[in-house]
Design a binder for this molecule. Structure first.
Ligand SMILES: *Cc1c(COP(=O)(O)O)cnc(C)c1O
Length: 380
């Protein structure tokens, strides 16, 4: 048994003394929120860092998703993936929309574009795919379908901070993308999120939506929500940007180390991510296959008993939660790939600050488990 449990993720937390000057500035200004100087500075800095046109900051990623749907006046049915964090589909229900689940591709674990067309009905107005684990969706194929049927595309890019493909930021695809800056994500502002937007008109709508619909002091143009990010969170984001490249490098090296150590372990498979120009290594998912002597749940149990707090992201499927499972598209027969993957996936710890020895111990435990001789062996 280890001394201290190893979590699956841990927030990027720069030295406290580096944050003090930001707090002093906020105290001096006496402006704590309402899109003050920190908020404006972070929007500008993120546009530059991410290489995108416009960023609208939010109090969290879920509000950003809801605002994105409303900004584009999405109605009726929206095609989405069952293999994600539950906020993806919840944002549809909060907007009075009908989620329609389509199965995922077995390599990317993202929405399978080959299965999207069959799910389109006269009520379909949009597609909401997820760049799961930060791995890019089949953006060209999805756009082709959207163009053919006149659909909008809103990417849930909550996992995809800093991810690029050959042409630049992955966030430039579709009509809008949203990010989450929750403490568990690659880049965090304690709680936070953003809508990434290519045009000024839509940006203006989004900015009204996140501030009660106020266009100026006396004019309310829509029933907006309070979705603004506060100044302390924005300041923390500015500080974090100074450390993000180093953090991404550390994630990259942990990813590489796991792959080397697990390459010879039969029955476990690491998800590919090498085909893109720049990955962010937000997660390290493995699939525990039939050839492995333990089931996924047994391996989960075994690692947790050894102080490794691995997580089953994403299990259960969103489509299995009670508010979704009655829908025809949520039926198991409609989602065979997602169903198989959700029973096999396990996310291993990955975060800046996770030591090489910890990675070796985790891989060593998995390797030892691979030598146990039966699936029902439970002697630990
Ligand atoms: C984290 C996450 C969200 C929600 O973001 P919050 O900032 O926690 O509201 C949405 N979608 C996905 C895929 C996520 O992982």
């Amino acid at each position: 048994m280890s001394d201290k449990p190893i979590p699956v993720t841990s927030p990027l937390l720069p030295p406290l003394e580096e944050f003090i000057p930001y707090l002093e500035e906020i105290w001096k200004s006496r402006i704590l929120t309402n899109c003050g100087t920190m908020h404006q500075a972070l929007e500008q800095a993120l546009c530059e860092y991410l290489g995108v046109q416009h960023v609208a900051l939010f109090a969290n990623g879920t509000l950003a998703l809801v605002a994105a749907l409303q900004a584009l006046r999405i109605t009726g049915e929206v095609i989405t993936t069952p293999y994600s964090f539950v906020a993806t589909s919840h944002s549809l229900l909060w907007s009075g929309l009908e989620p329609v689940f389509v199965d995922i591709d077995s390599h990317t674990l993202n929405l399978d574009p080959a299965k999207v067309e069959a799910a389109i009905t006269p009520r379909t107005t949009a597609i909401m795919p997820v760049h799961c684990y930060g791995n890019p969706c089949a953006v060209d194929a999805i756009q082709r379908i959207a163009d053919t049927y006149g659909l909008r595309v809103i990417y849930d890019a909550a996992h995809a901070f800093g991810v690029k493909d050959e042409g630049g930021s992955i966030l430039r695809h579709g009509d809008l993308s949203i990010l989450s800056f929750h403490a568990t994500k690659v880049f965090n502002t304690f709680e936070g999120g953003a809508v990434i937007c290519p045009d000024e008109m839509t940006l203006q709508r989004i900015n009204h939506l996140k501030n009660f619909g106020f266009a100026d002091e006396v004019t309310v143009v829509m029933p907006g929500i309070n979705g603004k990010m506060n100044e302390v969170s924005a300041a923390f984001g500015l500080l974090q940007l100074k450390h993000i490249d180093r953090a991404l490098e550390q994630r990259r090296s942990i990813d590489r180390h796991y792959r080397e150590l697990l390459a010879g372990v039969s029955g476990v498979c690491c998800l590919e991510c090498g085909y893109q120009a720049f990955a962010n290594h937000a997660y390290f998912p493995i699939l525990v296959g039939e050839a492995f002597p333990l089931s996924r749940d047994e391996l989960h149990h075994y690692l947790r008993d050894n102080g490794i707090l691995v997580r089953r992201y994403f299990y259960p499927l969103i489509s299995d939660f009670p508010m979704y499972h009655g829908r025809p598209s949520a039926k198991p027969a409609n989602l065979p790939v997602a169903r198989a993957v959700t029973e096999q996936v396990l996310c291993l710890p990955i975060y800046p600050g996770l030591g090489r020895q910890d990675v070796e111990r985790i891989a060593g435990l998995i390797s030892a488990a691979s030598l146990m001789n039966t699936r029902t062996h439970r002697e630990w």
